[in-house]
Design a protein around this ligand. Structure first.
Ligand SMILES: *Cc1c(COP(=O)(O)O)cnc(C)c1O
Length: 399
């Protein structure tokens, strides 16, 4: 694991703390999830009973497995047996790790899209796998990121075992269309691949962009391990509760590995999440409001960044926008992101660290917009002042 040192997210968060900068680097909300969800967990822990404060069953609490199965059936028409096709993990991160470790043997190749979420290359390395990245590039007037089907085809070979698909995609904000997913599905059939999908932003899509699970495409349910979690949907990223759905043989393999990684996840939280997914107290309406608010925040930050001189690409979902530092004279995102907390009072993440081919994205940085409007406005004001004067606004002006 040499080469997997401190993550850039941790470095940028530390820089933000050290300099008092506004942190638009790491993607976590600065407001809480629905009160009923928080209260539901607190009440369960306090009341105890039903062994809620003891090890839950290895598969996860039956209430949450049933709620996940019902949710995926209702929204996507995908039916999973809660008794052995739904499995609760410590966050999506735990599910992704167990899925890769249970499927990828040393020397197996894994196709994935770059920019890539930082846990994918790390767990592929732990499994002894070899990653085959396919670059997402901005296309069209809005600069929506997508892949070239020919490049994807060329990345798949005789040793390819798995393809990892994250949609809605962090950090480009792309929501893959049914047509794009069909290209991936065809390759999976042709080469007998297992697909691992990361759908943690499944609810956070904007402007009517529709999230389509890869498992919903013809023949894909039987070869897809789907991972999602509570953190992004309900703004509780600390809760680290996720779920894996898939055909029982694949879920059994994931479970075999995970019983020796974390064994089980927090039981009281699982009960509260089960209620929220079942919309017991209107939590799904809360999610609808979050989605609308995030779309507004995306616009707010994009307008502000453009006014400060960045080029900003169009985001269809998630917490993030990608911005080009070229118009501001920036040539290296790492240098830029390391300097900006001190110079402008705003922290961001350089995109190139999420690529195997960093030259594809030296000019790009990622901003998170999942913050209160006043925080976004303050960051925009600081960036505007910096780009006008080349200097960080004075303490007094920062308010
Ligand atoms: C936040 C995030 C995760 C992690 O989810 P947890 O449930 O907190 O482990 C996984 N994948 C992507 C793309 C993310 O942005």
């Amino acid at each position: 694991m040499r080469g997997f040192g401190e993550t850039v997210f941790a470095e940028m968060t530390r820089l933000a703390t050290d300099t008092g900068a506004i942190n638009l680097g790491q993607g976590f909300p600065d407001t809480d999830g629905p009160t009923s969800l928080l209260e539901g967990a607190a009440r369960r822990i306090r009341d105890g009973g039903d062994s809620v404060n003891q090890y839950p069953p290895g598969l996860g609490r039956p209430e949450l497995r049933a709620a996940v199965a019902a949710d995926r059936s209702r929204r996507y028409g995908l039916d999973y047996d809660p008794s052995d096709e739904v499995y609760v993990t410590v966050g999506a991160t735990g599910g992704i790790a167990a899925a890769v470790l249970s499927t990828v043997e040393p020397g197996d190749e894994v196709v994935l899209f770059e920019p890539m979420y930082d846990s994918y290359p790390a767990v592929i390395a732990m499994a002894g796998g070899v990653r085959r990245p396919v670059t997402l590039r901005p296309t069209g007037p809005a600069g929506r990121f997508t892949f070239d089907p020919e490049e994807l085809r060329a990345a798949v070979g005789p040793r390819t075992r798995m393809i990892i698909v994250n949609s809605p995609h962090n950090p480009t904000g792309t929501v893959l269309t049914r047509e794009e997913l069909a290209v991936i599905a065809d390759l999976c059939h042709e080469h007998d691949l297992i697909a691992l999908t990361d759908e943690v932003y499944e609810h956070l899509t904007f402007d009517g962009a529709e999230h389509v699970p890869l498992a919903a495409l013809p023949g894909m349910r039987e070869r897809t391990i789907t991972v999602s979690s509570v953190g992004k949907t309900f703004s509780v990223t600390a809760w680290k509760t996720g779920w894996v759905t898939g055909p029982r043989e694949l879920v059994r393999a994931v479970r075999t590995v995970n019983q020796f990684l974390t064994f089980s996840a927090n039981g009281a939280l699982q009960l509260a999440i089960a209620d929220a997914l079942s919309d017991v107290s209107g939590e799904m309406g809360w999610v609808g409001q979050l989605r609308a608010a995030l779309a507004g925040k995306r616009d707010r930050l994009s307008v502000g960044l453009r006014a400060a001189g960045f080029d900003v690409t169009h985001t269809q979902g998630t917490y993030f926008v990608m911005a080009d530092i070229g118009p501001l004279g920036g040539t290296d995102g790492i240098e830029f992101a390391r300097a900006m907390p001190r110079e402008a009072g705003v922290a961001m993440v350089p995109a190139q660290v999420l690529y195997d081919r960093p030259t594809e994205a030296r000019h790009l940085v990622r901003f998170a917009f999942c913050k209160r409007d006043e925080v976004l406005d303050a960051a925009i004001a600081r960036l505007g002042e910096w780009s006008r004067t080349g200097a960080r606004p004075s303490r007094a002006a920062q308010g």
